[in-house]
Design a protein around this ligand. Structure first.
Ligand SMILES: [Zn+2]
Length: 299
């Protein structure tokens, strides 16, 4: 346990540039998601793994690029959403946060049972005309393997992906992190298999984080035998760009009739951001101002 260490995402290279590695320590970020959405243990593990993967996808972006991950599934979680920008901001939610099962036979949080069958969608907004979405069916529901399958199927990049979240008995997130290791064009054919074999000798990534590792340590542990060089590190945090102003604009787009109804029937409005669960209150006076704005702009 090392709550004082900061969350970050690092990327680097190894094996003379034949391997690319991304590592993330996401304990505080996942715990923030857990606290905001009142996630129960299995839901926290599932969303935490998705947030950790999304944060690593975000680490490969530049400027205003964004990436969003959506998992639509038949298990009790129903769906998971996570997105990230290039600045180490990640946010997300599970449709049903109150999912908790007994530990699996292997003594792990049973993420596959909470997710079940489904589809993984990844949408990249690279500032082009249209965002680009591709999808794969879930092959395991544990998410690490599913993201690896996505990377090889949709992006033609053979990858080893590991994601882990350790949840304490009081449901707080004790440790969270992950890594993605990719073989770059020109790598020896069996290099990634060697990495995979090495990973099997290591503790689960959540235990590595729990023992005090930060993102750099994770990458060094996984790529140790191949001389890893860390090229960049970005701080990571749960962050949503919603605001009172943004919801005010949303109310304006609802139109005069709807806003008048709110004033007449409840006298106030309470809006909740899906992504971060922040609540925004508008009292009667504020709603009257919004109504005036709508009427003025209609003239
Ligand atoms: Zn928000």
């Amino acid at each position: 346990m090392n709550q004082m260490r900061h969350d970050s995402v690092v990327h680097g290279v190894a094996a003379n540039g034949a391997l690319r590695g991304i590592g993330v320590r996401s304990t505080l970020t996942v715990d923030e998601a857990r606290r905001r959405h009142d996630l129960w243990a299995t839901a926290a593990a599932a969303l935490g793994r998705a947030l950790s993967a999304t944060a690593m996808f975000g680490a490969m972006l530049k400027g205003d690029e964004r990436v969003a991950v959506q998992i639509i599934c038949q298990g009790p979680l129903e769906s998971i959403y996570a997105d990230s920008d290039s600045r180490g901001h990640v946010r997300g939610y599970a449709r049903n946060p109150h999912v908790d099962f007994e530990l699996s036979a292997a003594g792990k949080l049973d993420v596959a049972r909470a997710i079940g069958e489904g589809t993984l969608y990844v949408t990249r907004d690279l500032g082009l005309k249209e965002p680009y979405t591709s999808s794969v069916p879930l092959i395991s529901g544990e998410l690490g393997q599913d993201f690896a399958y996505y990377l090889v199927k949709s992006e033609q990049t053979p990858s080893v992906v590991s994601l882990g979240v350790l949840v304490a008995p009081d449901f707080s997130v004790q440790a969270a992190g992950g890594f993605i290791i990719q073989a770059l064009p020109g790598a020896e054919p069996n290099l990634l298999e060697q990495v995979e074999a090495h990973v099997k000798t290591l503790s689960p990534v959540s235990s590595i984080v729990d023992a005090g590792a930060d993102a750099k340590d994770i990458l060094q542990t996984v790529l140790g035998p191949w001389q890893a060089t860390v090229l960049a590190e970005r701080p990571l945090a749960f962050h949503c760009d919603c605001s009172h102003e943004r919801f005010e604009r949303a109310l304006i787009t609802l139109g005069a009739e709807e806003v008048q109804d709110m004033i007449d029937q409840v006298g106030r409005a309470e809006l909740v951001c899906n992504f971060c669960n922040e609540r925004y209150l508008f009292n009667s006076e504020q709603l009257q101002d919004i109504l005036a704005t709508i009427k003025n702009s209609a003239q």
